[in-house]
Write a protein that binds this ligand. Sequence first.
Ligand SMILES: Nc1ncnc2c1ncn2[C@@H]1O[C@H](COP(=O)(O)OP(=O)(O)OP(=O)(O)O)[C@@H](O)[C@H]1O
Length: 299
Amino acid sequence: MALQLKHVTKRFGDFTAVDDLTLTVEKGMMYGFLGANGAGKTTTFRMILGLLNANEGQITWNGKTIAYSTSPEIGYLPEERGLYPKMKVEEQLIFLGELRGMSKADAKKAIGYWLERFEVPQYTSKKVEELSKGNQQKIQVIAALMHDPKLLILDEPFSGLDPVNVEMLKKAILDFRNKGATILFSSHRMDHVEELCEQLSIMHHGKQIVSGSLREVKRSFGRQNVRIRSDYELAGLDHIGGVLHANHSVEGAVFQIDDESVAAQLLASALEMGPIRHFEIEEPSLQDIFIAKVGTEHA
Ligand SMILES: Nc1ncnc2c1ncn2[C@@H]1O[C@H](COP(=O)(O)OP(=O)(O)OP(=O)(O)O)[C@@H](O)[C@H]1O
């Protein structure tokens, strides 16, 4: 039970949007698909769903090409949210559930469950256009989950949701993972990916420039962060040899280093300047890795 992409390439004219992409998402795994705007994420999702044809390579789900008959097994949250504004919430979800092979009775039951769970039961008979953007997003998420799919493809699932709703959705997605669903999702929020995903890829101009488990990706990055909190300015430490990058805030600073001996030097130099409140050597965040790999050129 796995989603497999092997050497997948998609060209639009002479522009290559996805270039020789290979990845596997095993059953019960949550896979984070990262990349700057235009990196090729949505194009990849559309190829997985069969909405676009790849020019080269193979995409299989449990060893078979994804076809219309596979659709009841798949839940897709598209990037461009596509609800009918004039249609009532329940009517619309019943329609979408039936497209995924549900009976009307099963669809109604699932809709009741999800509207309650997402704390919006009062919207059952409202037109979609009467809902706020975040609540429309919840309805679209319900459309992707209600038929209990085995493979979830979620394009920016958390965008437009407030922090409480983000937590609600994270729990729902984790429940799917815990009952064995295979999940691939894109996000621009590195903290969400860091929290949820065992495996990840970073795409850049259609190419997969980083891939592996979160642990491997962090280890192979080879840099660490030194966090110092103090009541005085730490800018004087930026020029210590071996400091690759410094980020200052009201609380202190975070210095990126690639050699642990630099940490000792930072500590000694900070203490020479005055007392410090906190000193810690941290592993790099996904945000650090993303910016280092994609950021300069992106900027
Ligand atoms: N139908 C199309 N015709 C021509 N070019 C396209 C088409 N669809 C996508 N592209 C181009 O392919 C590239 C990848 O687009 P894609 O939508 O996959 O990026 P993305 O990683 O999902 O970006 P975002 O984070 O902004 O959603 C972009 O340069 C885009 O302009």
